[in-house]
Design a protein around this ligand. Structure first.
Ligand code: SF4
Length: 231
């Protein structure tokens, strides 16, 4: 078993946050009518993608009836539909699919993770829960050795990633990179941080985030990933 596989196995077994353990398991028991025939995952959701990825995608946390049901990051809800469509459009995914974990989706050069691995009530993990989950992201940063670019989806992921980056012992620039859709920052070790609005319905239904905007963020990621940097 690779170190990354071992890490993800520890993620799946984690019960560190009592509120989230109770919530993810209650949702898995009660379900919703449209998914009543599903056997919900109901556990922390492991990261998904290419272990040799140069691009890391950081989301917020699994959706109650999305990844908490299917067991794969961003799978089974509208946010995932937007994310995987964009990853496919920009050459990071072999197909445009987001509905279930056994659909044959494979990522190339991208690794999808989140600052929280368990579905939180009202889609809002507390700062303490994000801090409790941070060591997993810190470990991933060490294990993804080819990483060159990080795309953060939303402000909470932006802040959570920077905290993990610091916890990994890497120097942060001053002033700290601010979140703004489409902005990119070169971090002191050469990693490029790209910010994007989260593809939540709150953003996509209102037109705050459009498909071309999301595609552009991943095209930028691809361009920087292909650029040699010294780290
Ligand atoms: S959110 Fe992270 S730390 Fe908390 S129980 Fe889930 S996997 Fe564990």
């Amino acid at each position: 078993m690779s170190a990354l596989d071992a890490l993800e196995a520890r993620v799946v077994a984690c019960r560190r946050c009592p509120r989230l353990v109770a919530h993810r398991e209650a949702v898995a028991r009660t379900k919703v009518a449209r998914f009543r025939t599903w056997d919900y995952w109901g556990k922390p959701v492991p990261s998904f993608g290419d272990p040799r990825a140069r691009v890391l995608v950081v989301g917020l946390a699994p959706a109650a009836h999305g990844a908490n049901r299917t067991g794969r990051m961003f799978t089974g809800d509208e946010s995932g539909r937007w994310l995987y469509r964009a990853l496919h459009a920009t050459g990071f995914a072999n197909r445009e699919t987001w509905e279930r974990g056994d659909d044959g989706l494979r990522l190339r050069d991208a690794w999808v993770t989140a600052v929280g691995r368990c579905a939180p009530p009202a889609n809002r993990p507390t700062s303490g829960e994000i801090a409790a989950c941070r060591p997993f992201l810190v470990e991933e940063l060490g294990l993804l050795r080819r990483l060159r670019v990080v795309v953060v989806l939303g402000q909470v992921a932006h802040a959570g990633f920077l905290a993990a980056y610091r916890a990994a012992g890497r120097a942060l620039p001053r002033p700290l990179p601010r979140f703004a859709h489409g902005a990119h920052h070169r971090l002191p070790d050469g990693l490029v941080l790209i910010s994007s609005y989260h593809p939540s319905q709150q953003n996509t239904f209102t037109g705050r985030l459009t498909r071309p905007m999301l595609d552009r963020a991943f095209r930028t990621a691809r361009r920087f990933a292909a650029t040699d940097v010294t780290r």
